[in-house]
Write a protein that binds this ligand. Structure first.
Ligand SMILES: [Zn+2]
Length: 179
């Protein structure tokens, strides 16, 4: 396993549409394992393959929710290959989203509260499930990446420009610290 570099906006690769995985091979499993390691190291709760520069429909998610409130985070890696949303609720929920490709920036995004999704896991086994809460939000955010969409695209132009300005400022400060 290896940690891969995460690409950040405005890298044009992030705008590419990812292609379906024809077969879950050993190469795909290696990609999945690297993505999990990269996500945990970042740290983040979700990562799409395109964020490490691979335009394939592969996602990893781990909400690392503690078993009890206020407890230690527990690892529960989920792998979504060729995910599809079959149904989405009319009811929406708002969540303050962030993204490893738009570092340090957060904004409220509205998405369907619950979805029915279908996907393959790391072993190529098919799953179909109703998902809600943070997992539904996170899966929709990661699936956007497969279409070249970032969470900031859901915001008004004004809010998006504000975030991109803040990001430029944050990067400048980061490079000053590194110098
Ligand atoms: Zn993201």
């Amino acid at each position: 396993m290896a940690i891969r570099p995460i690409i950040e906006t405005p890298d044009p690769l992030l705008r590419q549409i990812s292609s379906p995985v024809a077969e879950v091979t050993e190469e795909i499993r290696m990609l999945v394992d690297d993505m999990l390691e990269t996500m945990y190291a970042a740290p983040g709760i979700g990562l799409a393959a395109i964020q490490v520069g691979v335009p394939k429909r592969v996602l990893v998610i781990d909400l690392q929710e503690p078993e009890e409130e206020g407890g230690e985070p527990v690892r529960d890696p989920l792998v979504f290959i060729n995910p599809e949303i079959l149904r989405a609720s009319d009811v929406l929920q708002v969540y303050n989203e962030g993204c490893l490709s738009v570092p340090e920036m957060y904004a409220e995004v509205e998405r369907p509260d619950s979805i029915r999704a279908r996907w393959l896991d790391r072993d190529g086994k098919a799953h179909e499930k109703d998902l809600d809460g943070l997992l539904a939000i996170c899966l929709q955010h990661e699936m956007d990446h497969l279409e070249g969409v970032l969470f900031i695209d859901h915001l008004s132009r004004l809010k998006r420009d504000m975030i991109l300005k803040k990001l430029a400022k944050w990067r400048k400060e980061r490079s000053k610290l590194a110098a």
